[in-house]
Design a binder for this molecule. Structure first.
Ligand code: PLP
Length: 420
């Protein structure tokens, strides 16, 4: 309570704006994941890897728009691409000069993606991929994993009355044997298995390669399609995690940073499946969406992927993430505290855990009050991260930014050691 009172006193303008916002939006909010008590900071601007709130405080941005902010705020190359596109008109209503180039760049980059189609969000990409799998197989059911997140209407970390009405089969993450058994038992009733190669929202828990391989083998036997949701994880290696692990799903879904910071989603995969969307074919599947090829996203995404996030840059950023995660774990270990940063490369999440973390159940231990307190403490020290403890890297971050987080983390753990 004391931390909340200090936060409230330090942020009068955010408090006022939140109260104002609550008159038109339930809880003053239009994105549940950005809400926290007593009220979320209202952000006024961002530059590089920093954001400034409505009261004028400056933060290092480790939330990184839940991975979508990889390029940082106002990257000059992205900005230039958007400005150039703006002056040529933004709602053209036809195929434009950029979309095929962007599609080709994505197919070149991600080995499982032979053909691709665009949409407007990661959620949409998963809805289309699952629907395509059901149409392709003429089967009904879809398997997903407890703790997984594929969008606001495909949320499996708890009960969600808003979930899309796909008939679901749930399985446990990183339990290869059981998942393979369930897939075999479902047989020709199962249309698809959808999986994040690392649980993102579920706490940055990497899939074991043997688990993903077991899904590949089991689905190949029954004819269910394997869908990798790489909406978050495609940033973790030049060819996404499927490229890195050498496992080829039938379909891959993409989103987040690949739109250059603008609204984006895409799904792609085996040509034989994706070509069912070819409008020249009899009985082609329809796929529409007014803004699927919107020129601003196409321009920003193409520039980002081809001019900024090159394979070498991807490798370097993820190495920096590995080093930061090791450093945070070293700090907690040296203090003898059961706090761990899980994850891979440039994505990580803080948890209460001392042993190995393989499944969501292994990290369920942090009491909410403690999580909330650590978040407010870190905010007070200028470190902006997700309340759930997720930390992501962006390209503009320099050594002093990472040093700042490590120092704040150490100070906060030391101050709160008695509560952990
Ligand atoms: N899939 C994964 C793995 C995600 O993490 C998210 C968003 O966090 C989504 C899908 C949904 O993407 P969007 O928020 O763009 O709809």
């Amino acid at each position: 309570r004391e931390a909340e009172e200090r936060f409230t006193a330090a942020n009068p303008e955010s408090r006022r704006l939140h109260a104002e916002a609550a008159k038109a939006m339930p809880g003053g909010n239009t994105r549940t994941v950005l809400f926290y008590e007593p009220f979320p900071l209202t952000l006024a601007s961002g530059e590089g890897c920093h954001v400034r709130d409505a009261d004028g405080h400056l933060y290092t941005d480790f939330l990184v728009e839940y991975t979508a902010g990889l390029y940082g705020h106002s990257h000059p190359v992205i900005r230039g691409a958007i400005e150039a596109a703006l002056s040529d008109g933004i709602v053209l209503g036809g195929p434009n000069l950029l979309e095929a180039r962007f599609a080709a760049a994505l197919c070149d980059r991600f080995p499982a993606v032979e053909r691709i189609r665009f949409c407007n969000s990661g959620t949409e990409s998963n809805m289309f991929a699952l629907s395509a799998a059901r149409a392709a197989t003429d089967r009904d059911k879809v398997m997903a994993f407890r703790g997984g997140y594929h969008g606001g209407v495909l949320y499996f970390a708890g009960a969600n009355p808003l979930n899309a009405p796909f008939p679901m089969v749930m399985a446990d993450y990183n339990d290869a044997e059981n998942a393979a058994r369930q897939i075999a038992a479902e047989g020709d009733r199962l249309a698809a298995v959808i999986v994040e190669p690392m649980l993102g929202s579920g706490g940055c828990i990497p899939a074991e390669p043997a688990f993903l391989q077991a899904l590949r083998d089991a689905t190949a036997k029954t004819g269910a399609l394997l869908i990798f949701d790489e909406v978050m994880t495609s940033r973790l290696a030049p060819g996404g995690l499927h490229g890195e692990l050498g496992i080829t799903p039938d379909l891959v879904t993409l989103g987040k940073y690949l739109g250059g910071g603008l609204t984006f989603g895409a799904f792609g995969g085996r040509a034989e499946i994706m070509d069912r969307f070819d409008p020249r074919r009899p009985g082609a599947w329809p796929h529409a969406g007014t803004f699927n090829n919107n020129v601003l996203t196409m321009a920003a995404g193409l520039a980002g992927l081809t001019q900024i996030y090159t394979p070498d840059t991807a490798i370097a950023l993820n190495r920096r993430g590995d080093a930061l995660r090791n450093r945070l774990n070293g700090i907690a270990e040296a203090m003898g505290l059961p706090i761990r940063a899980t994850g891979r490369g440039s994505m990580m999440c803080l948890h209460a855990a001392s042993g190995p973390v393989r499944r969501p159940a292994d990290v369920a231990g942090m009491p909410k009050a403690l999580r909330d307190l650590l978040h407010l403490d870190l905010l007070e020290k200028g470190q902006y991260l997700a309340r759930r403890g997720m930390i992501n890297l962006s390209l503009p971050m320099e050594a002093p930014d990472l040093d700042g987080l490590a120092a704040a983390f150490a100070e906060v753990l030391e101050a709160r050691a008695g509560l952990i």
